[in-house]
Ligand binder design. Structure first.
Ligand SMILES: NC(=O)c1ccc[n+]([C@@H]2O[C@H](COP(=O)([O-])OP(=O)(O)OC[C@H]3O[C@@H](n4cnc5c(N)ncnc54)[C@H](O)[C@@H]3O)[C@@H](O)[C@H]2O)c1
Length: 389
C-alpha cells in the first residue's frame, strides 16, 4: 500500500481543517478519498472545495459502510465519538478520533473492546503532545534529573471564547449536546498533557462555575486541587472568560523546576536535591544562587498534521503513534472527576464512581437547554499556532 486512503467524518470547524491539512504538502503517504457530514451546507462546501474524486456521503455511517477508505478521522460532536469509532472499527477501518474520546468514562470500555477485537489502529487527536516544549518537559521529567515532582500548577485561561462562539452550534455548551464546557471541549488537551507529564492524580477537589462569563449552562470557569500518589499536589485553573488569558505550566520537583509559558521552557536546577541537601543542611535560610536556563528544544510543533502523519505511518510502517486510543480515558477520567467533585461539593478519589457520574450527567442531559441555533462553521486557519478552533 503506497498511500493510506483516508475519510473525514464531520466537516465543521475541525473536520474541514483536517481536509485542508491532508491535502497540503505537509501530509505524508495519505490520500483524502471521502468525507461525510449530516449537513447539506457542509457537503456543498466539500463538493465545491475538495478535489473532484473525493466522495461525499450524507453521514458517518454511510461513509463507513461504503468501504471506500482504509481509515477515518472522526471530527463530530463528542457524544457521537464512541458510536462512530466502534462502527468504523467493526467495518475494518483504522480510526483517528478527535478529543475527547467520549463524554463519560463508561462509554470508553466498549470502544477499547472493539479496537482490541478489530486488530485495527485506534488513535486520538492529542495534537498538543507534538509541541516541542511539552515533549521536552516529558523527556526531562522522565529522565529523573529533577527528582520526584512536588507540585504542579497550570493556569490555562487562554482559551477565550465569545458568546458568538457558543451560539454558533446547536450542540455547543449544552449538557445534552456537548456534555460539558471548558473541561470537555478545550481542556482535554491540557488534562491529557497533565497525566502524560505528571501521572494520574488520585484525588481531586474542584469548583466549576457554570455560565459564569457566558450565557451557557455548562462550566466556563474551573479551579481544581489535585493530589498525587507520593504526596505531590497540583492546581489546575481553566476558563474561557479571561482576556488576555494565561497559559503557564509550572512543575516543581525535588531538584529544580520547569516553567513553560509563552512557548518557552525555563529550567531551574539545584546542585543537589532539596530533600537530602538543603532540608538537613547547616543554613537556616538557604538561597542557592541559580539562574533559570532556557531549555533548547527541536523547535518542531506540527500539531494536527503531525498526529495524522504519525497515524498513517503507524499503519503503513509500524512506527509509534502520538497518542494511543486507550490513553484517552485518562484525560476523561480527570475531567469527569472535576465535574463530579464540583457537583457533589466534595473531594473525589480516582477512579471515580462511574455509575454515579453517568447518572448525574444524565439528570443534566434531561433538563438541558434546547438551542434553536443555526450551526455556523468558522473557516480560520489555526495551524500555525495549534490553537483549537
Ligand atoms: N484537536 C483540536 O484542536 C480540535 C479543535 C476543534 C474541535 N475539535 C474536536 O472536533 C470535534 C468537532 O468539533 P467542531 O468544532 O469541528 O464541531 P462543528 O460543530 O463545527 O462540526 C461538527 C460537524 O459534524 C457533523 N456531524 C455530526 N454528526 C455527524 C455524523 N453522524 N456524520 C457525519 N457528520 C456529522 C455536523 O453536521 C458538523 O458539521 C469535537 O470533538 C471537538 O472537540 C478538536
Amino acid at each position: 500500500m503506497n498511500k493510506l486512503r483516508l475519510g473525514v467524518i464531520g466537516l465543521g470547524n475541525m473536520g474541514s481543517e483536517h481536509c485542508r491539512l491532508i491535502l497540503s504538502n505537509r501530509a505524508k503517504d495519505m490520500q483524502l478519498c471521502c468525507v461525510a457530514d449530516l449537513r447539506e451546507e457542509r457537503r456543498a462546501w466539500a463538493r465545491a472545495t475538495l478535489p473532484e474524486n473525493v466522495q461525499v456521503y450524507e453521514s458517518g455511517h454511510a461513509l463507513i459502510e461504503a468501504g471506500a477508505c482504509d481509515a477515518v478521522i472522526i471530527a463530530v460532536p463528542h457524544y457521537i465519538h464512541p458510536d462512530l469509532t466502534i462502527h468504523a472499527l467493526r467495518h475494518g477501518l483504522h480510526v483517528l478520533c478527535e478529543k475527547p474520546v467520549a463524554v463519560y468514562t463508561q462509554q470508553v470500555k466498549p470502544v477499547l473492546e472493539a479496537a482490541r477485537e478489530s486488530g485495527k489502529t485506534f488513535a486520538l487527536m492529542f495534537n498538543q503532545r507534538t509541541n516541542c516544549v511539552y515533549r521536552k518537559m516529558k523527556q526531562i521529567l522522565d529522565s529523573g534529573e529533577l527528582g520526584p515532582m512536588k507540585r504542579m500548577s497550570w493556569t490555562i485561561t487562554d482559551w477565550y471564547r465569545s458568546q458568538l462562539y457558543y451560539d454558533s452550534g446547536s450542540w455547543r455548551a449544552t449538557w445534552a449536546g456537548e456534555g460539558g464546557g471548558v473541561l470537555l471541549n478545550q481542556c482535554p488537551h491540557q488534562l491529557d498533557l497533565l497525566q502524560w507529564l505528571c501521572g494520574m492524580p488520585v484525588r481531586i477537589s474542584a469548583f466549576a462555575q457554570e455560565g459564569k462569563w457566558h450565557d451557557i449552562e455548562v462550566e466556563d470557569d474551573v479551579t481544581a486541587y489535585l493530589e498525587f500518589e507520593g504526596g505531590a499536589t497540583g492546581v489546575f485553573i481553566a476558563s474561557t472568560g479571561d482576556l488576555p488569558g494565561t497559559n503557564r505550566l509550572e512543575i516543581a520537583c525535588d531538584q529544580g523546576k520547569l516553567v513553560c509559558e509563552n512557548g518557552k521552557l525555563l529550567m531551574w536546577k539545584l546542585p543537589m536535591p532539596e530533600s537530602s541537601g538543603y532540608r538537613q543542611g547547616a543554613d537556616a535560610y538557604p538561597h542557592p544562587d541559580i539562574q533559570p536556563i532556557e531549555v533548547e528544544t527541536d523547535g518542531e510543533n506540527p500539531q494536527h498534521i503531525g498526529v495524522t502523519n504519525a497515524f498513517v505511518s503507524h499503519i503503513l510502517h509500524g512506527t509509534p503513534l502520538v497518542a494511543e486510543g486507550e490513553e484517552g480515558v485518562n484525560a476523561l477520567m480527570i475531567s469527569n472527576a472535576m465535574h463530579l467533585s464540583a457537583w457533589l461539593e466534595r473531594p473525589v478519589s480516582l477512579p471515580i464512581d462511574e455509575d454515579l457520574f453517568a447518572r448525574l450527567l444524565m439528570a443534566r442531559r434531561l433538563t438541558s437547554r434546547k438551542k434553536d441555533t443555526q450551526d455556523i462553521t468558522f473557516s480560520t486557519d489555526h495551524s500555525a499556532t495549534g490553537k483549537a478552533l
